[in-house]
Design a protein around this ligand. Structure first.
Ligand SMILES: [Zn+2]
Length: 172
């Protein structure tokens, strides 16, 4: 398991020790959600829901690639990808990540994320909320396996599950 997966090391984050000596790098989930869902609302009004979801997916994928290229690929060659993702998502308080199933024949993963940052506890409206997470997982898996992965959230707190369920498969 890696002890070095630390998103604070990403260049664009800046120097938090210098910039926030009193407040540090913690903030409230409610503030994060205020930013996320107000941004989404404006984008949905301008672009429609499908395009907005596509853009959050693309942003998540970009973030996944930044994380992989900026941090994960520096790990020793035989690092355990799944364990490293689990460790990172837990430390960053994004969610509690586990592999529910892996199908060797199709190289398809089913992941579960409990207490997800984006959706856990949200009202149930029947629509999955976590397109950024879909992209994030796709970005990391695509870079790691050097095969294009696509991820779909098939269950979400907002669809009545008590965790997010993602299916990640190579693009045929
Ligand atoms: Zn979700």
């Amino acid at each position: 398991m890696s002890n070095h997966v630390d998103t604070d090391r990403l260049d664009f984050v800046g120097d938090l020790k210098k910039g926030r000596p009193t407040l540090g790098n913690l903030m409230r989930v409610s503030v994060y959600r205020l930013l996320l869902y107000s941004m989404k609302a404006v984008m949905i009004e301008e672009l429609g829901k499908q395009k907005t979801d596509e853009m959050f997916y693309a942003a998540g994928k970009n973030a996944g690639q930044i994380i992989f290229r900026g941090i994960l690929k520096d790990e020793s060659k035989d690092f355990d990808l799944i364990e490293t993702i689990r460790d990172m998502l837990f430390k960053c308080r994004i969610g509690i990540f586990e592999v529910k199933q892996y199908d060797e024949a199709t190289k398809t993963f089913t992941f579960v994320v409990k207490e997800d940052l984006d959706c856990s506890g949200m009202p149930i409206d029947g629509e999955t909320k976590c397109s950024f997470d879909e992209g994030l997982l796709s970005g990391i898996l695509s870079d790691y396996f050097k095969v294009e992965y696509e991820t779909t959230e098939i269950g979400c707190w907002a669809t009545g599950e008590k965790s997010c369920i993602f299916r990640s498969a190579p693009v045929a």
